[in-house]
Design a protein around this ligand. Structure first.
Ligand SMILES: Cc1cc2nc3c(=O)[nH]c(=O)nc-3n(C[C@H](O)[C@H](O)[C@H](O)COP(=O)(O)OP(=O)(O)OC[C@H]3O[C@@H](n4cnc5c(N)ncnc54)[C@H](O)[C@@H]3O)c2cc1C
Length: 444
């Protein structure tokens, strides 16, 4: 059986790895438009500082990434985040430590007493009837009040989806939170019930020695496939029971095709074969993000924590700062420190298109205003993602359901990327593995 994978991010790579485990005899061809596998998971070494272009690891609260690490024999690369990184900050009219316990929440200056009482009142907010979709803002205002939503949820959603609470569907982006209300009647009730059942903590952020790129290189080396890097797939056409995949001016037949590229790229590949599917895919919205890395041979700031997220109300040009060298031990040379600044998102999408000089000026301004750091960096890294993170905008679940319904009329054609069933590395790995199992089942 001949299988093509168009897009070798972690979603496509996970599908490839598990396909080869379950169907060692299948012939696998992996296309990617880039010159390396990994997609947004990419580490760059700038003078001894390791900067991630995208995500820096995975949480151990779900088993999928860890399972892939074990299955591919990459345990020796694992690098858990430092205990120091448990401390997080929010910048909202000044720097505040993110309260991690009810007593710290009560003491926190992030909300007024009235706003804190409104949060406590969540316990008495009746459960929403029906399953109409809500934005995170609507959900938050209803359950925990405007104060908590505009500070905590606003900062959190900037950090995960680079978006704002009014532009994201709570059902699509945070299904577990919605389930707490549906199953237990409320968030506090749900959390208490889960704690009684012995549900564990949120997991530990874990990465890899040498950055996520070292795991990607390891994983790719484990996959016995014909690699076609620097080969963007331009078109996919039905051909009998299979598909003709075009890249670099050649069209090749495959029995199954897995499109692991982002939805907007999948749209371009599929538009010629199925314009309706192409349009549905093109309608998936992405948040633009720029990642700026600064390395300092020496820096006065202690960087004692994970970093900070800003609120929209703070009116700053940055979404947040990750204190990279404090999170993972090997991200900076001994005695040196490094940070990564996130800019843009749905708050300020226009900033991502700025030239390097302007972007760096905004990053520096963000550091001065939040951390009081105005030192000249010794290493600089810049990575722009014009369409970086699927934003799971209102209507997302309906769009995805329509896409997969349409896809069902093309047996052997599959979509596997972070645009459909979760953006975290754990989600991408799980979706890739489950798809591989489905294909293996149909083949046997
Ligand atoms: C700035 C940033 C920070 C993030 N932080 C985190 C984090 O901390 N934790 C976390 O879990 N997740 C994070 N994410 C999200 C996470 O990185 C992604 O969800 C995940 O890596 C996406 O993997 P993917 O394989 O679905 O897509 P991608 O990584 O986008 O891979 C898609 C691949 O398709 C290829 N492609 C595109 N067009 C074509 C074509 N025409 N033909 C062939 N190939 C093509 C691309 O070159 C790419 O290699 C972050 C993302 C970004 C952008």
């Amino acid at each position: 059986m001949k299988i093509a994978i168009a897009g070798a991010g972690i979603s496509g790579l996970s599908a490839a790895f598990y396909l080869k485990q379950q169907m060692p005899d299948c012939s696998l061809t992996i296309f990617d438009s880039g010159s390396r596998p990994g997609g947004t998971m990419h580490t760059v070494n700038v003078g001894g500082f390791l900067f991630e272009g995208g995500g820096n690891g995975f949480l151990t609260n779900k088993p999928d990434s860890m399972q892939l690490v074990r299955d591919s024999g990459a345990e020796h690369l694992l690098l858990p985040s430092s205990d120091l990184a448990r401390k997080r900050y929010i910048y909202h009219k000044g720097m505040h430590r993110l309260p991690e316990s009810p007593p710290l929440f009560l003491k926190s200056g992030l909300l007024t007493l009235r706003q804190k009482l409104r949060v406590a009142g969540e316990f008495f907010v009746p459960k929403k009837e029906g399953d109409t979709e809500e934005t995170l803002q609507e959900f938050g205002y209803r359950r925990v009040g405007k104060g908590f939503t505009d500070v905590f949820l606003d900062a959190m959603v900037a950090g995960i989806y680079a978006t704002t609470p009014d532009r994201v569907s709570v059902q699509a982006a945070f299904p577990m939170v919605v389930a707490l209300e549906r199953e237990y009647g409320g968030l506090f009730r749900g959390m208490l019930a889960k704690r009684k059942k012995g549900a564990g903590p949120g997991g530990v952020l874990t990465s890899f020695r040498g950055g996520v790129g070292s795991f990607i290189s390891h994983l790719a080396a484990c996959i016995d496939a014909e690699w076609r890097l620097g080969s963007p797939v331009t078109d996919i056409q039905q051909d009998g029971e299979g598909y003709l995949v075009s890249a670099n001016g050649n069209a090749e037949y495959f029995d199954h095709v897995i499109v692991g590229a982002p939805a907007f790229a999948a749209a371009e590949m599929l538009f010629g074969m199925d314009p309706e599917l192409g349009e549905q895919l093109a309608a998936i919205d992405y948040s633009p993000v720029a990642v700026i890395g600064f390395g300092y041979d020496s820096l006065d700031h202690p960087l004692d924590g994970f970093g900070l997220l800003t609120t929209s109300a703070a009116g700053l040009p940055i979404l947040g700062v990750l204190w990279d060298s404090s999170i993972f031990a090997d991200r900076a040379p001994d005695g040196a420190k490094s940070v990564r600044i996130m800019i843009g998102g749905q708050r300020n999408p226009e900033l991502v298109a700025l030239d390097d000089k302007q972007l760096l000026a905004y990053a520096r301004e963000g550091l001065v205003k939040t951390m009081g750091v105005d030192a000249d960096p010794d290493a600089v890294f810049i990575r722009r993602w014009e369409r970086g993170i699927p934003s799971y905008a209102p209507g997302h679940l309906g769009r995805v359901a329509d896409i997969f319904e349409r896809l069902a009329s093309h047996p052997g054609l599959h979509l596997c990327a972070n645009a459909y069933g979760g953006i975290a590395m754990n989600d991408c790995v799980r979706n890739g593995r489950e798809l591989a199992s489905r294909i293996a089942r149909t083949a046997s």
